[in-house]
Design a protein around this ligand. Structure first.
Ligand code: PLP
Length: 510
């Protein structure tokens, strides 16, 4: 039999197998979850990974005490389990196609290593080492690590800074246009929208600007995947014209931690390069448990998203109304948008300013945790932010309202805010003098923190949250930044990314 015949025979066999496979491409199905059920209903057995053998047999698993046996049962192999050896059932590709249809994309890929992996993949796809990407300076840490991995040359574009609330919003399209005109060599533009505080940039304007320059707009909209499933939330990045969009399934929908999707549309993204790069980054034993939760989230929110997310919006508004009446607290109002850099606001990010109580957001968060066992998503020098999700019932909202009332009454128990001047972002901007990759991976030296000013940073320093680097590798450190980071740590902020998180020494280019 010659090679062509052999290939045709195998293709026909794969088609037949697909017919007999466990899944359907009906959007009411959840192909990965259905395949897991099918595996168990046929009493299948796999002599391969994972070694825990789906929690069957007589061995008791310690972890099952807190995960329940179901987590082990669902954790079958993506090959030789969810699909067969050569994936002719096409289970995961079908689930990805259904996701793409649901969010209006041409293609969607599933990550089990968070949006972090997808951000890396995006940078590795849109530019080659040494090529230029214009990127908003308020990127998440994963974008700066992507610069290290990809060897891309960043040209930063400043987002609009809101002095009233002391937060960065989105980049204005006119500003992107200006920077792109100065950098005709740029291969892509990258924006981060919505922000941690729930503020969306004018993505349609940014997309127009990138497209006028013949390049794709990549959006890290890790916090905005739910926008595709509710008419009461801002427009999704894809709907607004982004060419590649990244959304964390665990941040706003019902996916497990680390689940994320990367979606593309149009013809400005090289999809073959994208798929190859994705293969390079994704684990060879991606978790069926996690992937099935992406698939299930798509089905659930396609079916009930309006209701579930509408409930979250209504409850967030009830929380907002109650907070507005509590002495000493002030809400970041929905009326912040539309405004410069702020096209829309997602009301489920409830940011509560505690400056009026004379305390910092850090100490407010500590008080809530210690005295009311409540954790908030974000604390910064002046506020706490509670993320209200579809899963928060009225009882959660009541508990938070009561805790915030108590915080206001017991303010004296929290640490008083020190006198802390937040510098303007312009005062913290430093020139980029080396490729982030060369600075991070090349020869380095440790210097005492106070002698670091004037040296080129070999690390990324990122107060957490919000996880946005104040220092990127390759930037020449200024005395202002060194002083600001010292103050942040002294106030109780957590600084990640530094080799020495106590900030006594600093890693600089040797
Ligand atoms: C804007 C943004 N992008 C990317 C990420 C990384 O997402 P993950 O934690 O899922 O890897 C985050 C995480 O908070 C984020 O806020």
């Amino acid at each position: 039999m010659d090679v062509d015949e052999l290939r045709l025979r195998n293709e026909a066999k794969a088609d037949e197998e697909r017919e007999r496979g466990p899944m359907s491409s009906d959007p009411r199905s959840a192909p990965v979850g259905d395949a897991i059920e099918d595996f168990h209903s046929r009493d299948a057995l796999a002599f391969g990974i994972p070694a825990h053998r789906f929690g069957t047999g007589s061995v008791e698993f310690d972890a099952a005490r807190w995960t329940g046996a179901g987590a082990f049962r669902a954790d079958i192999g993506m090959n030789n389990g969810v699909d067969n050896r050569h994936q002719s059932w096409q289970v995961e590709p079908t689930a990805m196609e259904l996701f793409a249809e649901a969010v209006g994309a041409d293609q969607t890929l599933f990550s089990t290593n968070g949006s972090t992996l997808n951000v890396h993949v995006a940078f590795l796809t849109v530019a080659r080492p040494g090529e230029t990407v214009v990127m908003a300076r308020n990127g998440h840490k994963s974008a700066f690590s992507a610069l290290v991995l990809s060897g891309v040359n960043p040209v930063y574009v400043d987002p609009v800074y809101d002095e009233r609330w002391q937060v960065a919003h989105g980049v204005e399209p006119t500003e992107l246009d200006r920077v792109l005109a100065e950098h005709p060599e740029a291969k892509a533009a990258v924006a981060f929208t919505p922000t941690y505080y729930g503020i969306s940039a004018d993505v349609a304007g940014l997309a127009d600007s990138a497209h006028r320059h013949g390049i794709p707009l990549v959006t890290d909209d890790a916090w905005g995947l739910d926008y595709s499933f509710s008419s009461r939330l801002p427009s999704s990045a894809l709907e607004s014209g982004a060419d590649l969009a990244i959304g964390s399934v665990h941040k706003t929908l019902s996916g497990f931690g680390q689940t994320s999707v990367l979606s593309t549309q149009g013809d400005l993204i090289d999809t073959m390069r994208l798929e190859l790069v994705f293969e390079l980054e994704q684990s060879t034993s991606a978790s069926a448990l996690l992937i099935s939760s992406i698939d299930a989230a798509r089905r659930q929110f396609q079916r009930e998203g309006e209701e579930l997310l509408g409930g979250a919006i209504d409850r967030a508004r009830r929380l907002r109304d109650a907070v507005a009446e509590i002495p000493g607290l002030e809400l970041m109002p929905e009326s912040i948008a539309p405004g410069p850099g702020a096209k829309a606001m997602d009301p489920t990010h409830v940011s509560v300013d505690v400056v009026g109580l004379g305390i910092t957001g850090f100490s407010a968060a500590d008080w809530l945790r210690e005295h009311r066992r409540i954790h908030v998503e974000l604390a910064d020098h002046r506020r706490v932010m509670a993320l209200i999700s579809f899963a928060d019932g009225d009882d959660n909202i009541d508990r938070l309202i009561a805790a915030l009332r108590d915080l206001s009454e017991h303010r004296g128990e929290a640490d008083r805010a020190p006198d802390f001047q937040v510098p303007l972002p312009a005062e913290l901007r430093m020139p980029t003098e080396m490729l982030p990759r060369d600075a991070f991976l090349g020869p380095t030296a440790e210097v005492p923190w106070r002698q670091a000013a004037g040296r080129i940073s070999a690390e990324m320093i990122c107060p957490y949250p919000p996880g946005i680097p104040i220092v990127a590798p390759g930037e020449r450190l200024s005395a202002e930044v060194v002083g600001y980071l010292e103050q942040t740590v002294a106030m109780g902020g957590k600084v990640e990314g530094a080799g020495d998180e106590s900030l006594e020494t600093f890693r600089v280019v040797a």
